[in-house]
Design a protein around this ligand. Structure first.
Ligand code: UDP
Length: 327
C-alpha cells in the first residue's frame, strides 16, 4: 500500500516507518520536525510540512496516491498539556481535523490513529478493557478523546475507516540499534534511567513510593515499540469504510518503577543510584492493559514479554547514540 506516515520522524512513527518498509509498503513521511528528527527517516521519504497546510497535504496525498494514513504527529506530555492546553488542543485536535479534511478532499479513507490509555483517566478496573468509561484527567487525554469522537463521526458521515489504538507505555528501540528514543527534554522513565547508566545524570528520582501497589511505586504496562508498530500494520489491513476499531495496545503485564530500575541495573551492569522524590502530579498508581481484544481482532501477539528484553534494545540504542540523533 502507499502509506503516508504523519509524524514519521518521531519516536513511535519512525519505528512504524521501518516496519512498513520491511513489509514492502511504499512510505511517505510528512513531519514538521518540531520534535522529530530528520535523521530518523530513511533517505528520500521525508516531506517537511505542517498539518495546518491543507493544500500541501492534499497535494502530497494525491501525488503519492496515498491509500492509508498513520498519524503519529501529536504532543504527548501530560504536564506540558496541563501548563499549555492551547498548544495541545491546537496540535492534537485542530491539526488532526485539518489532516482528516485533507484526506476527505483527496478521497483517502483509511486512518490509523495513535490514541492513549490517558483517555481512561483513573480507571476503577485493572486490567483495563476497552469498555472502561473514558474519563480523562488531563488536557492531553481530552485531546485524544476528542479526536476519537471525531473519527467515529467522520466514519458515520463520510465513510472513514479508522483504528484508534490506545497505547500503554511505549519503550525500547529497533533491535538493530539504528533508531530509538530521543526527546529533549527527556521525561520518560526508561531513557532517563539509561542516561544515569551512561553517566549523563547522577541519579534517577523515583516519583513516590507511597502508592497502593506491592512495592509502593507506580505500575505501568511497558510495550516494545516494534510490537506497537506491528499492531498498526495489522490494524491497517483490517480497516473497512464507515467502521472503527478501538483497541488497547499493551501486554497485559504490569511493571513497577522499582522493577524497571532493577532491570536496567541488570542490563547495564551499572549501579544506577536512586533518590526518592515526591509523587508527580496526575500519575495514576496502576495502568495495565486488558490486551485480549487486540489479540482477537487483529491477531496481534507482542513478541517482547519481559521488561528486560525491552530495555536491552533501548540500551543498545542509547549506548551507540549517547546524544541521540545529534552528531
Ligand atoms: N517516573 C519516575 N521518575 C522519572 C520518570 C518517570 O519515577 O524520572 C515514573 C512515573 O511517575 C511513572 C512511570 O515512571 O509512574 C512511567 O513514567 P513515564 O513518564 O515514562 O510514562 P507515563 O506513564 O507517564 O506515560
Amino acid at each position: 500500500m502507499n502509506v503516508l506516515v504523519v509524524g514519521g520522524a518521531g519516536y513511535i512513527g519512525s519505528h512504524a516507518v521501518r516496519l512498513l518498509t520491511d513489509a514492502g509498503h511504499n512510505v511517505t513521511v510528512y513531519d514538521n520536525l518540531s520534535r522529530g528528527h530528520a535523521a530518523a527517516v530513511p533517505e528520500g521519504m521525508l516531506v517537511v510540512g505542517e498539518l495546518a497546510d491543507q493544500a500541501k497535504l492534499v497535494q502530497v496525498l494525491k501525488e503519492k496516491e496515498i491509500e492509508a494514513v498513520m498519524h503519529f504527529a501529536a504532543f504527548a506530555l501530560v504536564n506540558e498539556s496541563v501548563n499549555d492546553p492551547s498548544l495541545y488542543y491546537r496540535n492534537n485536535v485542530i491539526a488532526t481535523i485539518e489532516l482528516l479534511d485533507a484526506m476527505m478532499e483527496a478521497d483517502v479513507k483509511k486512518f490509523v490513529f495513535s490514541s492513549t490509555t490517558a483517555t481512561y483517566g483513573e480507571p476503577d478496573t485493572i486490567p483495563i478493557p476497552e469498555t472502561t468509561p473514558q474519563k480523562p484527567i488531563n488536557p492531553y487525554g481530552f485531546t485524544k478523546l476528542v479526536v476519537e469522537q471525531a473519527l467515529a463521526d467522520y466514519a458515520h458521515a463520510y465513510g472513514l475507516g479508522y483504528a484508534a489504538l490506545r497505547y500503554f507505555n511505549a519503550a525500547g528501540a529497533r533491535p538493530d540499534g539504528t533508531i530509538g528514543e530521543d526527546h529533549a527534554p527527556e521525561s520518560h522513565l526508561i531513557p532517563i534511567v539509561l542516561q544515569v547508566a551512561l553517566g549523563q545524570r547522577d541519579h534517577i528520582t523515583v516519583f513516590g513510593d507511597d502508592y497502593p501497589t506491592p512495592d509502593g511505586t507506580c505500575i505501568r504496562d511497558y510495550i516494545h515499540i516494534d510490537d506497537l508498530g506491528a499492531a498498526h500494520l495489522l490494524a491497517m489491513e483490517k480497516l473497512e469504510p464507515g467502521k472503527g476499531i478501538c483497541v488497547n495496545l499493551g501486554t497485559g503485564r504490569g511493571t513497577s518503577v522499582r522493577e524497571i530500575i532493577d532491570a536496567c541495573r541488570e542490563v547495564t551492569g551499572h549501579e544506577i543510584p536512586e533518590v526518592m522524590g515526591k509523587r508527580r502530579e496526575g500519575d495514576p498508581p496502576e495502568l495495565i492493559a486488558d490486551a485480549t481484544l487486540a489479540k482477537e481482532m487483529l491477531g496481534w501477539v507482542p513478541k517482547y514479554n519481559d521488561p528486560k528484553s525491552i530495555i536491552e534494545t533501548a540500551w543498545k540504542w542509547h549506548k551507540a547514540h549517547p546524544h541521540g540523533y545529534a552528531k
